[in-house]
Ligand binder design. Structure first.
Ligand SMILES: [Zn+2]
Length: 166
């Protein structure tokens, strides 16, 4: 398990000097600490989680998105783990694999809403906009509001993301 805080801090209590410094300097966030500890606790029940690396955690309006490495290891238990993490963190949770293509990231974060595809739009004056095409009939299945999800997708991918419903 590779987490933003050290093993002894994963167990709880006040952060050690080293991790406390990282928090103070903004290298890690309170959310990183909270999510790391929740994953650590859940790993007692789901040993597969020990192969996971937490890269980043983002939270917007009741949705926590985790960018991880090694999520294929938990593929079989993923839905259950996400649900239990949600209970611990008191938000909905979505898990995305770091470095995946945008379509796959969108699918993981927007589930159970279905993604039809992603188009790249080259904007006048430079830059690209990624249009994530979502099934219109799945609008109600989105795990949070459109603005919130666009923002999270933008942060996860470092791209200009816009949703279109079709
Ligand atoms: Zn520590």
């Amino acid at each position: 398990m590779k987490m933003p805080i050290c093993d002894s801090c994963l167990r709880g209590g006040p952060l050690c000097q080293k991790c406390g410094k990282k928090l103070k300097e903004g290298k890690i966030s309170e959310l990183d600490v909270e999510v790391s500890r929740a994953l650590y606790e859940l790993a007692r029940e789901y040993r597969e989680l020990e192969g996971i690396e937490l890269e980043r955690a983002l939270r917007e309006r009741g949705l926590t998105a985790l960018v991880v490495r090694g999520s294929t290891r938990i593929a079989d238990e993923k839905d259950e783990i996400i649900r239990k993490l949600g209970e611990r963190l008191n938000t909905r949770v979505r898990l995305a694999e770091s470095g995946e293509e945008i379509r796959k990231l969108a699918q993981d974060i927007l589930a159970p809403a279905r993604v039809n595809g992603v188009n790249i739009l080259f904007k006048k004056g430079g830059g690209e906009e990624y249009r994530v095409r979502i099934k219109r009939t799945d609008l109600m299945l989105l795990p949070s509001g459109i603005d919130t999800l666009q923002k999270i997708m933008g942060e996860v991918t470092s791209k200009d993301i816009k949703f279109v419903f079709e």
